[in-house]
Design a protein around this ligand. Structure first.
Ligand code: NZQ
Ligand code: ZN
Length: 387
């Protein structure tokens, strides 16, 4: 294992009615910025519950709506200006990962001097942030219990992640009932995203990591069992509950203990969504199997484990390479069986776009990926295979 420290200060309040407990964790906070997206929270009960709970607790709020999926830095700046003007003491995000990621940007931009895009690019380091509180309504990103945020600069068509310990949510409220209204496509995207987060951490080259490996495999198994049933029964609260917790654990640091995650596929995907504004996990579902085929020979035994331990492939008579390829095929069939897209061309992306994606994914830091370092030729081959 690699040496590591584990730190996660987010208090997770999980279960039916979780939001009722919001006031307990506000401390002396009397005025918050209430941030949300395009209005789904008005259809799933979250808006009504949050406003009632705030009112009962005597907490004032200023509402800012309109956070877009793939949240934009312009929206963060607009909300931060309102937060400053209104002298709020915290940011309360109610929605999916996009709203939570935007809230993290607002929390920093509302108190610091630096422009938030300079923070995203690492040109400025945040020194303070308003506390972030989150009411999550979509199982996917893990943003509810991590220090990451992904923002898009609409002017330059760039999409990058940034992180700061200052923006771990102070408390996150996860009521599976709010996720009952998530439509089938977003439900599938969430499942693909959380599985991808597990893969980004599971495919590493570190020796002796059985604890972290088995945690990842166990979590994948739970998702693989629940997901096909959930897409058939979107109103099943027990399945929603399982998937909601899975999304959180997939990216709250637990699965990075002692290992070095890869994150190359996320990097390529962010380039694709920066250029074409496609849903994050649509890009992941398409790209991940092709990244896997490109790199699995570095450690095929890790895919062989995925085949036997997660997908239940019988190893009898099969070589490690056979098993590795079987794992990739099973994964593709699994995601497509749920209804995930398989080809970039489904989003109008063609051969003519390949170079722009290659360039964009290498623009910030050059070659990337820890499992195997990808250069322009590698990225080109992966993207072409995914067209
Ligand atoms: O805007 P509203 O009206 O709220 O609708 C949203 C949005 O249209 C809707 N939705 C959310 N909850 C719902 C619901 N619809 C019905 N019922 C509900 N209960 O779903 C749509 C998508 O929401 P969004 O927040 O964009 O989805 P997700 O949670 O998948 O977040 C995606 C963003 O997170 C970033 C992605 O790049 C992308 O920008 N990521 C953030 C990470 C992190 N912070 O750690 C890691 C991830 O890898 C990812 O990159
Ligand atoms: Zn992701």
């Amino acid at each position: 294992m690699q040496s590591f420290q584990f730190y996660n200060p987010t208090r997770l309040i999980f279960g039916r009615g979780a939001v009722e407990r919001l006031p307990e964790f506000l401390g002396g906070i009397r005025r918050v910025l209430f941030l949300y997206g395009g209005g789904s929270i008005k259809r799933n009960g979250a808006y009504e519950d949050v406003t009632r709970v705030l009112k009962q607790a005597g907490v004032e709020w200023v509402e800012v709506s309109g956070v877009e999926p793939n949240p934009r830095v312009g929206t963060v700046r607009r909300a931060a200006a309102i937060a400053r003007e209104a002298r709020v003491e915290a940011v309360l995000a109610v929605g999916g990962g996009s709203v939570l990621d935007a809230a993290k940007g607002v929390a920093v931009a509302a108190v610091g001097e630096a422009d938030i895009w300079d923070v995203v690019l690492g040109r400025a380091t945040p020194e303070a942030a308003l506390p972030v509180y989150a009411v999550l309504t979509l199982a996917a990103t893990g943003s509810e219990m991590n220090k990451n945020s992904v923002l898009t600069n609409e002017a330059t068509k760039e999409k990058y992640g940034w992180s700061s310990e200052l923006v771990y949510p102070r408390a996150s409220f996860l009521d599976p009932a709010y996720t009952l209204t998530v439509p089938k496509d977003q439900t599938v995207y969430g499942i693909v995203d959380m599985m991808s987060h597990i893969f980004e951490q599971y495919f590493h080259t570190v020796e002796n990591t059985p604890v972290t490996d088995r945690l990842a495999e166990g979590l994948l198994r739970a998702i693989v069992e629940a997901a096909p049933k959930l897409v058939e029964r979107l109103d099943d609260l027990a399945l929603r509950e399982t998937i909601l917790l899975a999304g959180t654990v997939a990216l709250n640091g637990t699965l990075s203990m002692g290992v070095q995650g890869d994150w190359a596929t996320h990097n390529i995907e962010h380039a694709v969504s920066a250029l074409f504004d496609i849903p994050h996990a649509a890009g992941l579902a398409i790209l991940f199997p092709h990244w896997m085929r490109h790199v699995y020979r570095v450690r095929p035994e890790r895919w062989a484990n995925l085949a036997t331990r997660v997908f239940g492939v019988d190893p009898a008579g099969k070589s490690v390479d056979d098993l590795a390829l079987a794992a990739i095929e099973r994964l593709e069939a699994f995601w497509q069986g749920l209804g995930a897209p398989a080809r970039l061309r489904e989003f109008g992306i063609t051969e003519a776009d390949v170079e722009a994606i290659v360039e964009k994914s290498l623009a910030r830091r050059g070659p990337f990926g820890h499992f195997m370092t990808l250069d322009a030729d590698d990225v080109r081959a992966i993207v072409r295979a995914a067209l």
